[in-house]
Design a protein around this ligand. Structure first.
Ligand code: NAD
Ligand code: MG
Length: 385
């Protein structure tokens, strides 16, 4: 197996599971970016063939940290791609952002089973990912908790009897804030999630609902359902991860503690189930689960996702790149919290349509991504200036 984004939240949860039974896994590649100590420590412990940092400036640090261990050190984009092309049976795709797309495609081209935490791959290039998997007889397994939940609710079912898919959302950090306070939300406030412990970027995306917006598109691409069949339901307790509604009126819900090791473990052990070190829910102690409709005024990202699905083509790549750039702007202090959605909206409305209508190839997706980042940066600079 290989783990792309091994040093992040999903990567570390994956390592937590495999490190309990290290002899069961032959680890080929681990990749990371700036956290060299963690990358080297895990690569040595798991006896990986190669450890790769995305940052070429850190090669010497990584070499030094791995010296004498027998683990090869490599750095930079090309090294990342070379590592992703090394044949292996199972790959965790857990890089954050569109940077995860190309390594994932490389893994599929080797016929590996791709456990996909990197939802951006499906948002930017769903049709390409699915076609690549098909062409190379590779399997794609969802790791996003909602999508793993839907996948599990669909075992043994016929997609023709599915009426709707309901994704739950905790509502993030600002679920109960007065609307007029949102524009002033700080980075620290947006970086704290009520239920899940995740990387900073997805935590902020949960507060803005851009995470759920990406997941709407991810659902459409992965399960090949129409946008009208996908609903969002705010569920503050984060115990039900998703529901599937069938044509006989039945709803199948997936219930579990908010712990990503469940979805990761399901993808790791699929098609079987194995015991996992996650909490067993005491529903009597929990007492009640609550639900509410999503408020599109509070979370304009949801409306934007619907527009992107309607538009089709490479609109998802533009949307994601604009969102990543707006998020950088918020993290760097150049953009207020509510401005993120406004910037993304503006990028979608002012982008050269030829990018969105281009054929879905990796080159065209990367060109659309690049263009959208540039447009978003210009908008942010004008605002700041
Ligand atoms: P994270 O920020 O904790 O970790 C990201 C990883 O990607 C790190 O290993 C980092 O070194 C690496 N990375 C960052 N930029 C890179 C680049 N340009 N090139 C190569 N590597 C790079 O993120 P995370 O929370 O673990 O999320 C990873 C992915 O999983 C995201 O797509 C996220 O949406 C998805 N996801 C995460 C969770 C969660 O619980 N954390 C849940 C569902 C889905
Ligand atoms: Mg999710």
């Amino acid at each position: 197996m290989s783990i792309f984004g091994a040093t992040g939240s999903i990567g570390q949860n994956t390592i937590d599971l495999i490190a309990r039974d290290p002899d069961a896994y032959d680890v080929v590649a681990l990749t990371g970016a700036s956290n060299i100590d963690r990358l080297a420590k895990d690569a040595k412990q798991l006896k990986a063939d190669v450890a790769v940092t995305a940052d070429p400036m850190r090669l010497e640090d990584l070499r030094a940290a791995l010296s004498g261990s027998g683990v090869e050190a490599a750095a930079g984009h090309d090294a990342m791609i070379e590592a992703a092309q090394r044949p292996t049976d199972w790959v965790m795709s857990a890089i954050v952002g569109a940077a995860g797309l190309q390594p994932g495609i490389c893994a599929l081209e080797q016929g590996a089973t791709l456990a996909l935490a990197n939802k951006e791959s499906l948002v930017c290039a769903g049709a390409l990912i699915l076609a690549t998997a098909k062409q190379h007889d590779a399997r794609l397994l969802p790791v996003d908790s909602e999508h793993s939940a839907v996948f599990q609710a669909l075992v043994g079912e016929d997609m023709g009897s599915v009426e709707r898919i309901i994704l739950t959302a905790s509502g993030g950090a600002f679920r109960d804030w007065p609307l007029e306070d949102l524009a002033q939300a700080t980075l620290a406030q947006a970086s704290s999630h009520p239920n899940w412990d995740m990387g900073q970027r997805i935590t902020i995306d949960s507060a803005s609902m851009f995470n759920k917006a990406l997941e709407l598109i991810e659902t459409r691409e992965y399960f090949e359902v129409s946008p009208k069949q996908i609903e969002v339901l705010v569920h503050p307790e984060s115990m039900i991860h998703a529901l599937v509604g069938f044509n006989d009126g039945a709803l199948m819900a997936h219930v579990g503690p908010p712990d990503m090791r469940h979805a990761i473990g399901y993808a790791l052990n699929w098609p079987t189930r194995r015991a996992l070190p996650v909490e067993r829910l005491d529903l009597a102690a929990i007492g009640a689960l609550t639900f509410r409709a999503p408020d599109e005024e509070r979370w304009p990202a949801l409306r934007l996702a619907r527009e992107v699905m309607e538009r089709g083509g490479l609109a998802g790549a533009v949307f994601n790149a604009a969102k990543e750039t707006a998020l950088d702007g918020f993290i760097d202090g150049h953009l207020g919290f509510t401005r993120m959605a406004e910037v993304v909206d503006e990028v979608l409305n002012t982008s050269d349509p030829s990018h969105i209508d281009a054929q879905m190839t990796l080159d065209n997706v990367q060109a659309a991504d690049h263009m959208a980042r540039q447009v978003a940066k210009n908008i942010i600079e004008q605002t700041a200036g």
